[in-house]
Design a protein around this ligand. Structure first.
Ligand SMILES: Cc1ncc(C[n+]2csc(CCOP(=O)(O)OP(=O)(O)O)c2C)c(N)n1
Ligand code: SF4
Ligand SMILES: [Mg+2]
Length: 295
């Protein structure tokens, strides 16, 4: 990409630097969260989303600890509740790009209800779903995405229940954007997050995330050997939800990555709010509303 130079630094590098902090990173060595954070900052820089243009919403978990490692307006919610927080912020001020982050424990255990309604309402936010297949921060308990049989700290004999397939679940809710990438491929992650940022609606991006401390089965090398880019799939049509549902069924051998499904015809939540017509922010909408009659 050719960008003009500014004081010997490209504008692009300058934008990336403006999002970085010198705060101490506390993730384990080899954790996929480093790469994800890096990809988010690069995607923001490439999409020209500056500090003042975005609000980043973090769930509780190892993934959420990125909140103090990016120079941006950030908010940390309760475990599993980040999507309701993110949706509320977007509804209040649609001028901001809202990026939400959550783990598999948060999204498919504690907060699965919020995920369901975020997809069906098509809230215009980017959701980066860190799937490390365990509760990392609380030291490796199984989550709803831990494979059956996996031996975990709190399940030494092996997990006895079948996991939720996050993408299959999302596709059953008539979503507008479903993508997958993995934490070992910086370029693919960045490009996928950029596509999510360009989408008008709820952009669900699963990042298959390495957690070398508690999930020893699927390090980045394992994903590298098992992922295939969807663009290499012959005749795949990512506008066909049944193509997508077939392709995400495999959770063992081949993980297709990229934008697996996109429906640009589905209106996002804000564009169908009649009370918002001609008014941008929530404060404009309620400005002339009197609640005196309610007393
Ligand atoms: C409502 C609620 N339940 C449980 C917890 C305890 N808790 C904090 S982090 C965490 C695990 C987080 O796992 P995940 O969401 O997958 O994120 P990761 O740490 O793996 O990135 C748990 C159970 C909590 N803080 N709040
Ligand atoms: S426990 Fe796993 S997810 Fe958490 S910081 Fe360590 S490697 Fe990363
Ligand atoms: Mg997790």
């Amino acid at each position: 990409m050719n960008l003009p130079l500014l004081n010997n630094l490209s504008i692009y590098e300058e934008r990336v630097r403006s999002l970085q902090t010198n705060n101490v990173l506390t993730w384990c060595s080899g954790c996929g969260n480093y790469g994800i954070l890096n990809a988010v900052t690069h995607a923001m820089a490439l999409e020209n989303i500056g500090v003042e243009d975005a609000i980043l919403c973090f769930d509780v978990g190892c993934n959420g600890n990125a909140s103090h490692n990016i120079q941006a307006y950030t908010i940390h919610g309760l475990h599993g509740r980040v999507l309701s927080l993110a949706a509320g912020i977007k509804i209040a001020d649609p001028t901001k790009t809202i990026i939400a982050f959550g783990g598999d424990g948060a999204t498919f255990s504690e907060g699965v209800n919020h995920f369901v309604h975020s997809v069906r309402n098509n809230f215009p936010i980017v959701f980066i779903f860190h799937n490390n297949e365990n509760y990392g921060l609380t030291t490796g308990q199984p989550s709803a995405t831990t494979p059956c049989g996996a031996k975990m700290n709190a399940a030494p004999d092996g997990v006895s229940t079948q996991p939720i397939n996050p993408l299959q679940f999302a596709l059953s809710l008539n979503p507008s954007f479903v993508a997958r990438t993995y934490s070992g491929n910086a370029q693919h992650m960045t490009a996928t997050i950029q596509k999510g940022m360009q989408h008008k609606g709820f952009a669900f991006i699963e990042v298959l995330q390495a957690c070398p401390t508690y999930n020893k089965e699927t390090p980045d090398e394992w994903y590298a050997a098992h992922v295939k880019d969807i663009v290499e799939h012959p005749n795949y049509d990512n506008r066909d939800i049944w193509d997508a549902r077939r392709i995400v069924e495999d959770l063992n051998d081949t993980f297709y990555i990229g934008v697996l499904y996109q429906n640009t015809d589905l209106p996002d939540f804000l564009s169908v709010q009649l009370s918002r017509e001609g008014k941008l922010r929530l404060v404009d909408e309620v400005e002339h509303v009197s609640i005196n009659n309610f007393y």
